[in-house]
Design a protein around this ligand. Structure first.
Ligand code: BTN
Length: 253
């Protein structure tokens, strides 16, 4: 693994794209102490103050079809949650980390980590996948629109984790899950572990589609990483992360 560490950068995902264009190798990590234009999903910004959080992007060059690239976001969510769960067990923390489908990591009902995956293509095949991860590590004040939705590890667990250690452990965990994912090119052997950590499992969710909203009970993901929803009228459906998102009925999760 190669790590390029910047004090400040626009966005580690953007820097990763520049490095991909220059031929960056598989498992190059771009890390920054702060970002001036941190990006979130759906065109949102990702607040990236200096000195308290972990911001990094991992470049991988998998031999898979572009349609499957979004599953790597779920692989990273598994890796981060697993590492945080191990820490929580060591520290005897009562609030365990969970995954809000598809890839937010939450503690105590609030988000501590977001993941943004981007693709670069060459002749319709994957050139590289860039998996950007932001983890709220140190105590911080969130803007009014985020106070109910976001939190940080220090507030939840009363400890300041080392970003260096966190990064090393996450990359190691990712490597293991990534190997399992590539063996079948699917979530077949990972879905049980993912569903164990899924906070939406068995809960009522509101599915937000471009064409409208509906409610159902989330039961878990399938081997494609799609979320299975039981509909109130007795039917069922699978939802795909690229097109829709879910919201809890009584709050963020
Ligand atoms: C989300 O909206 O939940 C995704 C947030 C992803 C933030 C990380 S921070 C490191 C990397 N660089 C970016 O500009 N975004 C991702």
């Amino acid at each position: 693994m190669i790590v390029h560490h910047f004090e400040e950068i626009d966005s580690t995902n953007e820097q990763a794209k520049r490095e991909v264009a220059q031929g960056a190798i598989h498992e190059t990590v771009i890390r920054a102490d702060s970002q001036t234009a941190g990006k979130g999903r759906r065109g949102r910004t990702w607040e990236s103050p200096k000195g308290c959080n972990l911001y990094f992007s991992l470049i991988v060059r998998p031999d898979i079809v572009p349609d499957k690239a979004s599953m790597l976001t779920l692989v990273m969510a598994l890796a981060v949650t697993n590492v945080l769960e191990e820490i929580s067990e060591g520290k005897k923390a009562t609030c365990k980390p969970k995954i809000k489908w598809p890839n937010d990591i939450v503690i105590n009902g609030r988000k501590v980590c977001g993941i943004l995956t981007e693709l670069t293509l060459k002749e319709k095949a994957i050139d590289a996948v860039i998996i950007g991860v932001g983890i709220n590590v140190g105590k911080q004040k969130f803007g009014p629109e985020l106070t109910d939705k976001a939190t940080d590890m220090e507030t939840e667990w009363g400890i300041r984790l080392s970003c260096d250690e966190l990064l090393g452990n996450i990359i190691n965990a990712f490597r293991q899950y990534y190997t399992v994912f590539l063996q079948k090119g699917s979530f077949e052997d990972l879905q049980e572990e993912y569903n164990r950590l899924l906070i939406n499992r068995g809960r009522e969710v509101c599915v937000l589609e471009p064409s409208g909203e509906y409610r159902g009970i989330a039961t878990g993901i399938n081997e494609k990483g799609e979320l299975h929803i039981r509909l109130p009228e007795g039917g069922e459906t699978y939802i795909y992360a690229g097109e829709v998102s879910v919201r809890g009925i009584y709050g963020y999760v």
